[in-house]
Design a protein around this ligand. Sequence first.
Ligand code: G6P
Length: 603
Amino acid sequence: MCGIVGYLGKEKALDIILASLKRLEYRGYDSWGFVVYNGKKIFLKKVVGKITEAENIAGVQNGFVGIGHTRWATHGKVSENNAHPHFDCQQKIFLVHNGIIENYDLLKEKLLNKGHKFNSETDTEVICHLLEDYKKKFKNLKQAVLETLKELRGSFALVIFDKDNPELLIGVRLASPLILGVGEKEFILASDLLPINLVGQKFIALNDEEIVFVTKKDFEIKNFTNQQKLYLFQEIRWGQEDIEKGDFPDFMIKEIFETPRAVRNTLKGRLLSDEVKLGGIELLGDKLNKISKIVLTGCGTAYYAGLVGKYVFEELTDFQIEIDVASELRYRNYKFDDKTALIAISQSGETADTLEVIKEAKKKNIITLGIVNVPGSSISRIVDAGIFTYAGPERAVASTKAYYSQITALIMLAIFLGLRRKLSRSEAKNILEELKTIPEKQEKILNLESEIIKIASDLTKSRSMLYLGRKFNYPVALEGALKMKEIAYIHAEAYPGGEMKHGPLALVEHDFPVVFINPHDSLYSKSLSNIEEIKARGAKVITITDDINCHFEENFIFVHHTLELLTPLLTTLPLHLLAYHTAKLLNRNIDRPRNLAKSVTVE
Ligand code: G6P
């Protein structure tokens, strides 16, 4: 759950490393560091805290090569010593690492017995000392890397720099992401795509068990047994403005406001009047006909998008549908059979638990589909087929716009598969026509920001809240509560509205805040009774609804009417804004909530 970067090129390593670390900061932000080399001198910096330029780079000169790291502590406390880059005894070999070395304790013991001096408590440092030994033995850095890799167990992406081989930068990937960006006589290695366009739009996503040897002029990709590997160039689709905050105070609010565009991009080129075109999925051909069961999985917000997907699939198809969070599913004794298709949902495409479920499913030869935002990511490359959501880069730790794109993709997939089974073309047409209107309706909700701020200002003193919704809007309640917890640090629980009387009602007392998502859907009147029940106990109810009569309610947020199965695309938006503004009023660090990171690439 760290971010790593390396640069070799045109005497601007320091600038590129710092800019990259800022872009990768969401992956980990308790400490950071870099090494830059200018041909004469090594500049090493390790800092606990925020990535700021001026105070920490005093005296550091630019160079043609450098590596950097932003840390999210796993092994070893947050300290300067434990921050990367780590180095060998001679301070010649420096490296940055994302992942975990599972057998580091055994390796460390061996290296200590040989007389190596350790500078940190991390698992990573053993790699530097192993490289040191093998370099001495083989008098060749590349060989040293290959030998060292034979000893490591775990998951890792590494970028390695050696002062004795300064025009060579080495990247290694095993189960942690690493991307090579290729510019004009300059190269960048990074944990994800965000820093890549600092050198150009072209990139190669390394596969597991691949090493890239980068020189000033060229690069070559080999596997762990030193055989040449073929590679595929891809192109980044977004520009600079997509990854900068612009005039917004935080990435999260920028990304919430990008929701209509994200949904439009997910739909783009895929809707015909009464059917959906999904190029990737179509390639599966007849294999799709044998599916009778769908298992959905994901983590966090992606899981809640999946939960909406469950209701949608049940409505539009006749598949048997199951869903579980990936961190549970991977350890369950779940019986995948050959009629099952797994749908994995992930913004980053790198979440370790989700990836593991896919690997398990693949071992059992079942069809795996991915709904992924980041091209070139691990999940997008491992699944049999999938749908890219094209929501654009997401940098705030708490996922927002990607969620709407994920739901949109799931709806399209349900229509696509439904049409091969029970769904009629006219039903499909009706849904697709309405789906096209969603971005505009979302824009109208975004205009309600000032009303939502008023409601948020009443919540800042709350210690606890309830979120309630039914059917399609039960996952919305879960997502609303998750956001309130993760960025405002207010305890919030979500329940299906009908479950109140089985326990949570006991919590309700005078002025207890309850958010009820209640559009005019098939359970509308039942939810109204639930609301009355809570109000009678003195709760302060905030209703999200498309019922205009609700103007008589004290606290309500109006969303436009849509088909029941599309309501989550609208009703979640006020909740994202509500959590954001509550957190803002409480002065929280919104883009970097405490204890959390965006890409959870370790268990
Ligand atoms: C982290 C993020 C969440 C995100 C989840 C799944 O917990 O903070 O916002 O929903 O990971 O991430 P993924 O990239 O797989 O969608």
